[in-house]
Design a protein around this ligand. Sequence first.
Ligand SMILES: Cc1cc2nc3c(=O)[nH]c(=O)nc-3n(C[C@H](O)[C@H](O)[C@H](O)COP(=O)(O)O)c2cc1C
Length: 328
Amino acid sequence: MVQVGSLSISPPLVNASCAWASDLSQLQALFDCPYTGAVVTRTSTLEGFAENDSHTVAFVASSASSLNSYGYSPHPLAQYLAWTETLLSAAPAARAHKPFIISTTASDPDALRASLAAIQALRAKGPAFARIGVEFNTSCPNIRGAAPTGYAPAALAPLLGVLAAAGRADATLTLGLKLPPYVHAGQFAALLELLRGLCVDGADADGAGRARCPIAYIACTNTLGSALMFADQVAGGAAGAFAVPTALGGLAGDALHPLALGNVYSFARLLDAEPPASPLRDVVIVGIGGVTSAAAAVRMRAAGASVVGSATLFGKEGVRAFEILSGE
Ligand SMILES: Cc1cc2nc3c(=O)[nH]c(=O)nc-3n(C[C@H](O)[C@H](O)[C@H](O)COP(=O)(O)O)c2cc1C
């Protein structure tokens, strides 16, 4: 069991937010799966995303890798909240404590404030809904004209301010950040500097008088954007010249694994180097990227992840993926 903010994640293995956590039946299967400790929804926005045929995923023929061109879910946030309410209301005893993590995103602080208010309205409906957390996705590489905010500290700062305000108003609200893959030391340092800035406010002090970081976890990493594969590299081929109709997409699975491990390792070392009283030391790392075997899950934990997540293997195998990853 791993404690992440107010959420107990047991076992510490989850699905990563993805297109296979998109509808009620998929969420039900994830909720029922005994090998995961939480359900993470596909990323949704207030309005829903205009999905079309160019948004898809291809599995690579030569390894357990994927390339996808998806944006966010076509279903709006309100739909995910309704499905979450349905599933948590009917939770069997065996799943009485399994949390739901709602992945959402926004590029504008007002929209994020509205999203958090909607999530909090569901959490306020009763104790069964208190185990709902929020993952703020800073890192979808497939949104035309919108750089992932995880790569743009100036754009991310006001959004983190909104998240921190919600966390200060309700210390039981567990907040996480889904980060893009970083490739140089300055990017890790810049993210930690933003997090440090959220902790200085005295209003964050908990009962013991120690400052608290309103962000309970970071999930590393999302897919690596601007990747290209040709149709003949894809299992079963593809209709056009490229693996996905947009040519460029987000790379995941085995091909991403070393970079994801490096991101987890880098953050783990930096968090560990924080002074003993630093609230950043409490930030939990969720390791995601190329966890396609039990050995890869072990590597993620050795690199510094407390919780491990997977999308590509889940897409290939369904929820059986989590039995494979748990080594049983
Ligand atoms: C088809 C597909 C859809 C995805 N959709 C989302 C999403 O909605 N939100 C998100 O935060 N990450 C999304 N991701 C990224 C995954 O959560 C994960 O970070 C990435 O795929 C690396 O993990 P993996 O190697 O296990 O696939 C998606 C990945 C795939 C393959």
